[in-house]
Design a protein around this ligand. Sequence first.
Ligand code: CP
Length: 331
Amino acid sequence: KIILILACKIENVLMSMQMKQRDFVTIADLSKEKIQYLIDLSQEFEKHPNRELLKGKVIASLFFEPSTRTRLSFETAANRLGARIIGFSDAKATSVSKGETLKDTILMVANYADVIVMRHYIEGAAQYASEVSPVPIINAGDGAHMHPSQCMLDLYSIYKTQGTLENLNIYLVGDLKYGRTVHSLIMAMRHFNPTFHFIAPKELAMPNEYKLYCKNHGIKFQEHTAFNEKVIADADIIYMTRVQKERFSDLMEYERVKDVYILKNDMLGNVKANMRILHPLPRVNEIAYDVDDNPHAYYIQQAQNGLYARQALFCDVLGITLEDVKKDKTI
Ligand code: CP
Protein backbone atom coordinates (compact mmCIF):
# COMPACT_ATOMS: atom_id res chain seq x y z
CA LYS A 1 0.00 0.00 0.00
CA ILE A 2 2.85 2.40 0.90
CA ILE A 3 4.56 1.64 -2.43
CA LEU A 4 1.30 2.39 -4.26
CA ILE A 5 0.89 5.75 -2.44
CA LEU A 6 4.53 6.66 -3.21
CA ALA A 7 4.07 5.69 -6.87
CA CYS A 8 0.96 7.93 -7.09
CA LYS A 9 2.86 10.84 -5.53
CA ILE A 10 5.79 10.40 -7.94
CA GLU A 11 3.34 10.26 -10.86
CA ASN A 12 1.68 13.50 -9.66
CA VAL A 13 5.06 15.22 -9.39
CA LEU A 14 6.04 14.01 -12.87
CA MET A 15 2.69 15.15 -14.31
CA SER A 16 3.04 18.59 -12.74
CA MET A 17 6.60 18.80 -14.14
CA GLN A 18 5.34 17.90 -17.60
CA MET A 19 2.54 20.45 -17.27
CA LYS A 20 4.90 23.09 -15.93
CA GLN A 21 4.24 26.28 -17.76
CA ARG A 22 6.96 27.96 -19.79
CA ASP A 23 7.30 31.54 -18.62
CA PHE A 24 9.37 34.09 -20.54
CA VAL A 25 10.62 36.38 -17.80
CA THR A 26 14.34 36.84 -18.37
CA ILE A 27 16.84 36.55 -21.18
CA ALA A 28 19.61 35.55 -18.77
CA ASP A 29 18.95 31.81 -18.81
CA LEU A 30 18.36 31.39 -22.57
CA SER A 31 20.90 29.08 -24.21
CA LYS A 32 22.54 29.84 -27.55
CA GLU A 33 20.50 27.03 -29.13
CA LYS A 34 17.25 28.42 -27.70
CA ILE A 35 18.00 31.90 -29.04
CA GLN A 36 18.68 30.47 -32.52
CA TYR A 37 15.50 28.38 -32.26
CA LEU A 38 13.38 31.47 -31.43
CA ILE A 39 15.00 33.32 -34.33
CA ASP A 40 14.12 30.42 -36.67
CA LEU A 41 10.55 30.50 -35.35
CA SER A 42 10.35 34.27 -35.90
CA GLN A 43 11.52 33.72 -39.49
CA GLU A 44 8.61 31.32 -40.08
CA PHE A 45 6.16 33.98 -38.88
CA GLU A 46 7.75 36.62 -41.05
CA LYS A 47 7.07 34.33 -44.06
CA HIS A 48 3.42 33.79 -42.99
CA PRO A 49 2.15 35.95 -40.09
CA ASN A 50 -1.53 35.01 -40.45
CA ARG A 51 -2.23 31.59 -38.94
CA GLU A 52 -4.85 30.09 -36.65
CA LEU A 53 -2.40 28.41 -34.28
CA LEU A 54 -3.87 30.09 -31.16
CA LYS A 55 -7.54 29.71 -32.12
CA GLY A 56 -9.60 29.29 -28.93
CA LYS A 57 -6.91 30.83 -26.71
CA VAL A 58 -7.31 34.02 -24.68
CA ILE A 59 -4.31 36.29 -24.15
CA ALA A 60 -4.28 38.83 -21.31
CA SER A 61 -2.35 42.04 -21.92
CA LEU A 62 -1.69 43.83 -18.59
CA PHE A 63 0.20 47.10 -18.97
CA PHE A 64 0.90 48.91 -15.69
CA GLU A 65 3.23 51.29 -17.60
CA PRO A 66 2.72 53.12 -20.91
CA SER A 67 3.62 51.38 -24.16
CA THR A 68 2.98 51.71 -27.89
CA ARG A 69 5.05 49.07 -29.68
CA THR A 70 5.25 46.31 -27.12
CA ARG A 71 1.55 46.25 -26.31
CA LEU A 72 0.34 46.71 -29.87
CA SER A 73 2.78 44.19 -31.35
CA PHE A 74 1.88 41.57 -28.73
CA GLU A 75 -1.80 42.21 -29.39
CA THR A 76 -1.26 42.10 -33.14
CA ALA A 77 0.70 38.87 -32.74
CA ALA A 78 -2.21 37.35 -30.79
CA ASN A 79 -4.75 38.59 -33.35
CA ARG A 80 -2.76 37.27 -36.31
CA LEU A 81 -2.53 33.87 -34.60
CA GLY A 82 -6.31 33.71 -34.08
CA ALA A 83 -6.37 34.31 -30.29
CA ARG A 84 -8.65 36.74 -28.46
CA ILE A 85 -7.35 39.45 -26.14
CA ILE A 86 -8.40 40.86 -22.77
CA GLY A 87 -6.54 43.33 -20.59
CA PHE A 88 -5.82 46.94 -19.76
CA SER A 89 -3.35 49.67 -20.61
CA ASP A 90 -4.28 51.87 -17.68
CA ALA A 91 -4.17 50.13 -14.30
CA LYS A 92 -5.96 53.12 -12.72
CA ALA A 93 -9.14 51.88 -14.38
CA THR A 94 -8.85 48.51 -12.60
CA SER A 95 -9.22 47.36 -9.00
CA VAL A 96 -5.49 48.00 -8.55
CA SER A 97 -6.65 51.57 -7.78
CA LYS A 98 -8.71 50.12 -4.89
CA GLY A 99 -5.62 48.43 -3.46
CA GLU A 100 -5.77 45.00 -5.10
CA THR A 101 -2.37 43.33 -4.90
CA LEU A 102 -0.36 42.09 -7.87
CA LYS A 103 -0.80 38.52 -6.64
CA ASP A 104 -4.59 38.78 -6.61
CA THR A 105 -4.66 40.56 -9.98
CA ILE A 106 -2.57 37.78 -11.54
CA LEU A 107 -4.66 35.01 -9.95
CA MET A 108 -7.87 36.64 -11.21
CA VAL A 109 -6.60 37.15 -14.74
CA ALA A 110 -5.25 33.58 -14.81
CA ASN A 111 -8.88 32.47 -14.26
CA TYR A 112 -9.74 33.94 -17.63
CA ALA A 113 -6.64 33.75 -19.86
CA ASP A 114 -4.19 31.14 -21.20
CA VAL A 115 -1.16 33.49 -21.21
CA ILE A 116 -0.48 36.78 -19.41
CA VAL A 117 1.71 39.45 -21.01
CA MET A 118 2.66 41.98 -18.35
CA ARG A 119 4.59 45.24 -18.22
CA HIS A 120 5.18 46.59 -14.73
CA TYR A 121 7.17 49.46 -13.24
CA ILE A 122 8.64 47.35 -10.40
CA GLU A 123 11.85 45.43 -11.10
CA GLY A 124 11.22 41.74 -10.47
CA ALA A 125 7.42 42.03 -10.83
CA ALA A 126 7.39 39.58 -13.75
CA GLN A 127 9.41 37.00 -11.83
CA TYR A 128 7.01 37.35 -8.89
CA ALA A 129 4.00 37.02 -11.20
CA SER A 130 5.47 33.86 -12.73
CA GLU A 131 5.84 32.35 -9.26
CA VAL A 132 2.17 32.85 -8.38
CA SER A 133 0.60 32.35 -11.80
CA PRO A 134 -0.76 29.01 -13.00
CA VAL A 135 -0.55 30.24 -16.62
CA PRO A 136 2.59 31.39 -18.50
CA ILE A 137 3.82 34.93 -17.87
CA ILE A 138 5.60 36.90 -20.58
CA ASN A 139 7.62 39.83 -19.25
CA ALA A 140 6.92 42.91 -21.39
CA GLY A 141 9.36 45.01 -19.32
CA ASP A 142 9.87 45.29 -15.54
CA GLY A 143 11.16 48.68 -14.43
CA ALA A 144 14.78 49.31 -15.41
CA HIS A 145 15.50 45.58 -15.14
CA MET A 146 14.69 43.45 -18.22
CA HIS A 147 12.84 43.65 -21.51
CA PRO A 148 13.35 40.14 -22.86
CA SER A 149 10.81 40.22 -25.72
CA GLN A 150 12.45 43.44 -26.98
CA CYS A 151 15.73 41.58 -26.74
CA MET A 152 14.42 38.77 -28.95
CA LEU A 153 13.33 41.27 -31.61
CA ASP A 154 16.69 43.04 -31.31
CA LEU A 155 18.53 39.74 -31.80
CA TYR A 156 16.29 38.90 -34.74
CA SER A 157 16.97 42.33 -36.26
CA ILE A 158 20.73 41.97 -35.78
CA TYR A 159 20.67 38.46 -37.26
CA LYS A 160 18.60 39.58 -40.25
CA THR A 161 20.79 42.57 -41.06
CA GLN A 162 24.23 41.08 -40.31
CA GLY A 163 23.53 37.45 -41.34
CA THR A 164 25.02 36.31 -38.01
CA LEU A 165 25.14 37.18 -34.33
CA GLU A 166 28.81 36.22 -34.01
CA ASN A 167 31.82 38.56 -33.53
CA LEU A 168 30.02 41.88 -33.93
CA ASN A 169 31.02 45.36 -32.75
CA ILE A 170 27.97 46.71 -30.96
CA TYR A 171 27.81 50.33 -29.80
CA LEU A 172 25.29 51.04 -27.04
CA VAL A 173 24.62 54.77 -26.80
CA GLY A 174 22.74 56.99 -24.35
CA ASP A 175 21.00 55.95 -21.16
CA LEU A 176 22.89 52.80 -20.24
CA LYS A 177 21.96 53.17 -16.57
CA TYR A 178 18.19 52.83 -16.84
CA GLY A 179 17.90 51.27 -20.31
CA ARG A 180 16.57 47.78 -19.68
CA THR A 181 16.88 46.86 -23.37
CA VAL A 182 20.67 47.27 -23.35
CA HIS A 183 20.99 45.25 -20.15
CA SER A 184 19.03 42.39 -21.74
CA LEU A 185 21.07 42.62 -24.96
CA ILE A 186 24.39 42.27 -23.13
CA MET A 187 23.19 39.10 -21.44
CA ALA A 188 21.83 37.54 -24.61
CA MET A 189 24.96 38.35 -26.64
CA ARG A 190 27.25 36.54 -24.19
CA HIS A 191 27.03 33.46 -26.43
CA PHE A 192 28.26 35.24 -29.56
CA ASN A 193 31.65 36.81 -28.79
CA PRO A 194 30.63 40.46 -29.21
CA THR A 195 32.72 43.56 -28.54
CA PHE A 196 30.59 46.18 -26.84
CA HIS A 197 31.26 49.90 -26.78
CA PHE A 198 29.38 51.70 -24.03
CA ILE A 199 28.87 55.37 -24.89
CA ALA A 200 27.24 57.31 -22.07
CA PRO A 201 27.75 60.37 -19.90
CA LYS A 202 29.04 59.47 -16.44
CA GLU A 203 25.58 60.05 -14.90
CA LEU A 204 24.11 57.37 -17.19
CA ALA A 205 27.07 54.98 -17.41
CA MET A 206 26.59 51.23 -17.65
CA PRO A 207 26.00 50.02 -14.07
CA ASN A 208 28.86 48.11 -12.45
CA GLU A 209 26.77 44.95 -12.16
CA TYR A 210 26.59 44.69 -15.97
CA LYS A 211 30.28 45.47 -16.39
CA LEU A 212 30.98 42.73 -13.87
CA TYR A 213 28.64 40.45 -15.83
CA CYS A 214 30.73 41.15 -18.95
CA LYS A 215 33.97 40.38 -17.12
CA ASN A 216 32.57 37.17 -15.66
CA HIS A 217 31.38 36.01 -19.08
CA GLY A 218 34.44 37.03 -21.07
CA ILE A 219 32.56 39.77 -22.95
CA LYS A 220 34.88 42.48 -24.30
CA PHE A 221 33.83 46.10 -23.74
CA GLN A 222 35.19 49.62 -23.93
CA GLU A 223 33.70 52.76 -22.42
CA HIS A 224 33.55 56.16 -24.11
CA THR A 225 32.03 59.51 -23.30
CA ALA A 226 32.63 60.98 -26.78
CA PHE A 227 30.13 60.19 -29.55
CA ASN A 228 31.40 61.24 -32.96
CA GLU A 229 32.17 60.00 -36.48
CA LYS A 230 35.57 58.64 -35.45
CA VAL A 231 34.30 56.63 -32.47
CA ILE A 232 31.57 54.85 -34.47
CA ALA A 233 33.63 54.07 -37.61
CA ASP A 234 34.06 50.40 -36.69
CA ALA A 235 30.46 49.71 -35.64
CA ASP A 236 28.34 46.87 -37.03
CA ILE A 237 25.39 47.97 -34.90
CA ILE A 238 24.74 51.35 -33.29
CA TYR A 239 22.03 50.88 -30.67
CA MET A 240 20.67 54.27 -29.65
CA THR A 241 18.58 54.69 -26.50
CA ARG A 242 16.31 57.34 -25.06
CA VAL A 243 17.22 59.04 -21.79
CA GLN A 244 14.46 57.66 -19.56
CA LYS A 245 12.93 60.70 -17.90
CA GLU A 246 10.44 58.57 -15.91
CA ARG A 247 13.26 56.85 -13.98
CA PHE A 248 14.96 60.05 -12.72
CA SER A 249 14.27 61.17 -9.15
CA ASP A 250 16.01 64.50 -9.89
CA LEU A 251 14.50 66.18 -12.97
CA MET A 252 17.31 68.78 -13.02
CA GLU A 253 19.71 65.94 -13.70
CA TYR A 254 17.47 64.76 -16.54
CA GLU A 255 17.55 68.25 -18.06
CA ARG A 256 21.35 68.24 -17.90
CA VAL A 257 21.79 64.95 -19.76
CA LYS A 258 18.70 64.59 -21.96
CA ASP A 259 20.30 65.83 -25.20
CA VAL A 260 23.85 64.73 -24.55
CA TYR A 261 24.07 62.49 -27.67
CA ILE A 262 22.22 63.14 -30.90
CA LEU A 263 22.94 60.94 -33.91
CA LYS A 264 22.92 63.12 -37.04
CA ASN A 265 23.08 62.19 -40.70
CA ASP A 266 26.41 63.94 -41.22
CA MET A 267 28.03 61.56 -38.69
CA LEU A 268 27.37 58.55 -40.95
CA GLY A 269 29.76 59.31 -43.83
CA ASN A 270 32.49 56.82 -42.82
CA VAL A 271 30.56 53.95 -41.27
CA LYS A 272 30.76 50.31 -42.43
CA ALA A 273 28.58 49.56 -45.45
CA ASN A 274 26.45 47.05 -43.56
CA MET A 275 26.20 49.00 -40.30
CA ARG A 276 22.63 49.34 -39.01
CA ILE A 277 21.15 51.78 -36.51
CA LEU A 278 18.76 50.27 -33.99
CA HIS A 279 16.65 51.94 -31.32
CA PRO A 280 13.99 50.24 -29.18
CA LEU A 281 11.92 53.45 -29.53
CA PRO A 282 10.24 55.71 -28.62
CA ARG A 283 12.83 58.28 -29.65
CA VAL A 284 12.73 61.75 -28.19
CA ASN A 285 15.67 63.73 -29.55
CA GLU A 286 18.55 61.25 -29.81
CA ILE A 287 18.23 60.44 -33.53
CA ALA A 288 17.78 63.45 -35.79
CA TYR A 289 14.96 63.08 -38.32
CA ASP A 290 17.44 63.47 -41.19
CA VAL A 291 18.78 59.99 -40.32
CA ASP A 292 15.44 58.31 -41.10
CA ASP A 293 16.07 58.19 -44.86
CA ASN A 294 19.66 57.01 -44.49
CA PRO A 295 20.02 53.35 -45.61
CA HIS A 296 21.73 52.58 -42.29
CA ALA A 297 18.56 53.44 -40.34
CA TYR A 298 16.72 50.27 -39.30
CA TYR A 299 14.63 51.20 -36.24
CA ILE A 300 11.24 51.21 -37.99
CA GLN A 301 11.79 47.73 -39.49
CA GLN A 302 13.17 46.65 -36.10
CA ALA A 303 9.81 47.44 -34.48
CA GLN A 304 8.05 45.45 -37.22
CA ASN A 305 10.28 42.47 -36.40
CA GLY A 306 8.70 42.66 -32.93
CA LEU A 307 5.51 41.21 -34.36
CA TYR A 308 7.25 38.05 -35.61
CA ALA A 309 9.42 37.66 -32.50
CA ARG A 310 6.33 37.93 -30.27
CA GLN A 311 4.38 35.42 -32.36
CA ALA A 312 7.30 33.06 -31.76
CA LEU A 313 7.16 33.71 -28.01
CA PHE A 314 3.42 33.01 -27.76
CA CYS A 315 3.93 29.68 -29.50
CA ASP A 316 6.91 28.80 -27.38
CA VAL A 317 5.23 29.43 -24.00
CA LEU A 318 2.22 27.41 -25.17
CA GLY A 319 4.33 24.47 -26.31
CA ILE A 320 3.75 24.95 -30.05
CA THR A 321 7.01 23.95 -31.72
CA LEU A 322 8.82 25.03 -34.89
CA GLU A 323 7.87 21.64 -36.33
CA ASP A 324 4.18 22.32 -35.53
CA VAL A 325 4.45 25.73 -37.21
CA LYS A 326 6.12 24.26 -40.32
CA LYS A 327 3.34 21.65 -40.57
CA ASP A 328 0.61 24.25 -39.97
CA LYS A 329 -2.14 24.11 -42.59
CA THR A 330 -4.06 27.18 -41.37
CA ILE A 331 -2.16 29.70 -43.54
N1 CP B 1 10.39 49.43 -27.25
C1 CP B 1 9.38 49.61 -26.38
O1 CP B 1 9.31 48.95 -25.32
O2 CP B 1 8.44 50.51 -26.79
P1 CP B 1 7.10 50.81 -26.03
O3 CP B 1 7.45 51.40 -24.69
O4 CP B 1 6.33 51.75 -26.91
O5 CP B 1 6.39 49.50 -25.84
